[in-house]
Design a binder for this molecule. Structure first.
Ligand code: ACO
Length: 424
């Protein structure tokens, strides 16, 4: 389904005038198609941060930031969170439809049977310092998959590459963690589901098997579902941009992981916990911290608040707030009072004029960190967890771009503001 014609827009500049087609998507979103602008007028558009730029047509994820709506392939996130597993959601994003029973079983089995890493691959972890943050280790390892597996040439090979990525990412993530703490790598176990297997590889040691609590495994699965796609954003657009040069899937995903690392994007979940811990250490006063976040002379930001697209409550944060209470209760109380501080921060922020005027609400990262902390995931692994969750979205977006007959290499323009010609 591609966007349909929805009239025309006219741009007047000096004595030049150009009529540009307007395109409309299936949810009524409209965009002016400026692809003829430069050729016809010599003008380009300026849009720092791409806040008004539609870089592609996509049939994967729909967000209405005003109303707080998120749907994958048409299904509301709330329904998927309640009724589906992460692998079903991954299948939905990548294939466009939820799997039937046979497809689900086949997909689960396929992913389960590709979780091992080549034995030589382990040396890669050993080559990196133990003090390394697991995020660049994960990015490097994802990129290194391209050295172990050939660039897929047929649809069948591509399907295999997709399964490999989904299957091996939790193993890579867990190995990155085990390396950082100097413990032996734990091999995957085929009897476990996706999330339970990850918990096993993270927390089992050869002398003691980690007993997976189904409530914890379900909470992890939920987190992965909620992160699985979010239409165009810094990391996803990076994956598309890198892939647009015909770079291989594994390399494009590695670039997405690097883009996700930053504290304004996926790194925010780590920063949320650091912020809550800082508040707890100082005197537990959420109110005082809030004042700093509002002060223009202070660079402090309230991490886990605000979003480029959501101008109302992030629907994922609403689901996670509830899950957070359930998980912390199950794990025997609040994680050192952090949930209390988070809830107090949310309460006062939602009544504060500064945040109301700027329409800043909790985003997905505000509560995810508290859940990760409650289930024992170390803080420096939070963003890696996000990457594991976002993986099917990146894959689906990459495939959609590469299958689009009209795809072109990404190549924005600029307005040059440097020196004009000069000579030595
Ligand atoms: N705390 C305090 N003030 C904020 C915050 C915040 N968390 N977020 C935005 N503001 C203020 C800005 O200072 C600005 O104020 P001004 O108009 O007086 O200058 C106004 O709100 C608009 O903010 P921008 O930075 O222009 O908004 P933008 O859309 O560019 O940024 C972003 C969105 C990066 C998410 C921002 O809200 C932020 O930094 N939040 C904290 C980091 C975070 O939680 N990131 C995770 C995002 S979700 C994700 O990637 C999964």
């Amino acid at each position: 389904m591609s966007a349909k014609d929805a009239g025309e827009a006219t741009l007047q500049y000096g004595d030049q005038s150009i009529t540009l087609p307007v395109r409309e998507g299936s949810e009524g979103e409209r965009g002016v198609d400026i692809s003829a602008l430069r050729k016809e007028t010599g003008l380009i558009t300026i849009d720092p941060g791409y806040g008004n730029t539609g870089s592609c047509e996509s049939a994967i994820t729909f967000i209405d930031g005003e109303k707080g709506i998120l749907r994958y392939r048409g299904y509301p996130i709330e329904e998927l969170a309640e009724k589906s597993s992460f692998l079903e959601v991954a299948y939905l994003l990548i294939h466009g439809e939820l799997p039937n029973k046979e497809q689900r079983e086949e997909f689960d089995l396929d992913v389960t049977r590709h979780t091992m890493l080549h034995e030589d691959f382990k040396k890669l972890f050993g080559a990196m310092p133990k003090s390394a943050h697991p995020m660049p280790v994960t990015a490097a390892a994802s990129s290194a998959l391209a050295t172990f597996y050939q660039e897929p040439e047929t649809a069948e090979m591509m399907e295999r590459a997709v399964v490999r990525l989904l299957a091996k990412m939790p193993t890579i993530a867990a190995f990155a963690y085990k390396h950082s703490i100097g413990q032996p790598f734990m091999y995957p176990r085929n009897s476990l589901d996706y999330s339970s297997n990850f918990l096993h590889m993270m927390f089992s040691v050869p002398c003691e098997e980690y007993e997976v609590d189904p409530v914890v495994a379900r909470a992890l699965d939920l987190l992965l579902i909620l992160h699985a796609d979010h239409e165009q954003n810094c990391s996803t657009s990076t994956v598309r941009m890198v892939g647009s040069s015909r770079a291989p899937l594994f390399a494009s995903i590695s670039a997405g992981i690097s883009a996700l690392w930053g504290s304004l994007h996926g790194g925010a979940n780590q920063r949320v916990i650091e912020m809550l811990e800082q508040i707890e250490r100082e005197d537990g006063s959420a109110d005082k911290f809030l004042e700093r976040a509002k002060d223009k002379n202070d660079t402090t930001r309230l991490m886990g608040f605000g979003h480029r697209v959501y101008k109302s409550y992030d629907p994922r944060a609403a689901i996670l707030r509830k899950a957070c209470e359930d998980v912390t209760k199950r794990m025997g109380g609040d994680v050192g009072g952090l949930l209390d501080i988070a809830m107090r921060l949310e309460e006062i922020t939602l009544k504060d004029d500064y945040f109301i005027q700027r329409r800043l609400y909790p985003n997905v990262d505000f509560y995810s960190g508290v859940i990760y902390k409650a289930i024992g995931i170390p803080v420096n692994m939070f963003t890696v967890m996000f990457a594991m969750g976002r993986l099917p979205g990146w894959i689906a977006q990459w495939l959609e771009m590469r299958r689009d007959p009209a795809f072109r290499i990404g190549r924005p323009r600029q307005i040059y503001t440097g020196e004009t010609e000069r000579h030595i």
